[in-house]
Design a protein around this ligand. Structure first.
Ligand code: G3H
Ligand code: 13P
Ligand code: NA
Ligand code: ZN
Length: 313
């Protein structure tokens, strides 16, 4: 069945890699993630956002994830977690815990330190009764419209992490070291500001061996942008985190790396290409199938060459 993230992170810490956390909203994304991870023998965290629950129905997503475990295990016995991404209230986290999720994130990063601590502790106290693991967050990731380059105040403050994890008993901690959500992370034409590994190192020094999570970790792979734009799409100025920096992060205490935008781009590339190449087709399998294939390739690439999670099972 579904597992929590505890032993996944222990193994990732020892093996110096990161477990991939891929978002899904539909059947074909889920199939691609599961088949890609089963084929590359990688543990995987399936992520459901609040938006995904609203789009696809929470019960349906949960049963799909449970079906995915059965499907994956026909190929390889990989550990699979079902995780709530960016839970913003105790009630939302509780609903997921009560309904079979094996892990949740409570994102109190927009609150004051004190309020974040209290809310996160409340979720942990409830979650641990059911052996569900909890991810908290300190520091704010820049929004896609914010200027990420030098807003020092948004970065995680290493002075806060020890008290936060001790007080809340959270199982992992998302931090802000220069990544952001979406496909437009940096200014095109300007040098990409490197992630703040100095802050990560200071955090590791304060809470040695504690699992760290990196959000906003898509790279914006040029190949998919090119396919999209060659087949009627218009995506300009998209920029992501260079793979080399993610490799470096994966070798550190970063045990979970969140990827959504890259999957969306690969999937969209597959749909656009298939649509353009056969304008008379109206069988959804003939454009969602190719999209699924491109996403599966991306997943295998990430696991093998970026996160280092392939062949760990
Ligand atoms: O962190 C946000 C994830 O990429 C989920 O995005 O809220 O549009 O589903 P979403
Ligand atoms: P990206 O937008 O960089 O894929 O980040 C996804 C994420 O952090 C989901 O929580
Ligand atoms: Na790691
Ligand atoms: Zn995120």
């Amino acid at each position: 069945g579904l597992e929590n993230t505890r032993s996944m992170f222990r193994n990732a810490m020892e093996g110096k890699y990161a477990v991939p956390a891929y978002n899904f909203n539909n059947l074909e994304q889920l199939q691609a993630i599961i088949m890609g991870c089963a084929q590359s023998r990688s543990p995987v965290i399936l992520q459901v956002s609040k938006g995904a629950r609203n789009y696809a129905n929470s019960a349906l997503l949960r049963h799909m994830a449970m079906g995915a475990v059965e499907m994956a295990h026909a190929t390889a016995d990989i550990p699979i977690a079902l995780h709530l991404d960016h839970g913003d209230t105790f009630e939302l986290c509780k609903d997921c815990i009560d309904n079979g999720f094996s892990s949740v994130m409570i994102d109190g990063s927009h609150l004051s330190f004190q309020e974040n601590k209290e809310l996160t502790k409340q979720v942990v106290d409830y979650a641990h009764r059911y052996d569900v693991t909890v991810e908290g967050e300190l520091g704010v990731l820049a929004g896609i419209e914010d200027d990420v380059s030098s807003e020092v105040s948004h970065y995680t403050n290493p002075d806060e992490v020890e008290e936060f994890v001790k007080y809340t008993h959270v199982d992992s901690l998302a931090i802000s070291i220069g990544t952001s959500h979406g496909a437009f992370k940096f200014q095109p034409g300007e040098p990409v500001p490197p992630l703040r590994f100095d802050i990560l190192e200071e955090i590791e020094r304060r809470i040695p061996g504690f699992p760290i999570v990196l959000h906003g970790a898509s790279s914006v792979v040029p190949r998919y942008i090119d396919i999209i734009n060659a087949h009627g799409g218009v995506i300009e100025g998209a920029m992501g985190v260079p793979e080399e920096q993610l490799r470096q992060a994966a070798a550190s205490a970063v045990c979970k790396i969140n990827i959504d935008s890259d999957g969306r781009l690969a999937f969209t590339a597959g749909v656009r290409q298939a649509m353009a190449e056969d304008p008379s087709n109206f069988d959804p399998r003939k454009y969602l199938g190719p999209a699924r294939e491109l996403l599966q390739e991306l997943i295998i690439h990430k696991n093998q060459y970026v996160l280092g999670s392939a062949n760990r099972v």
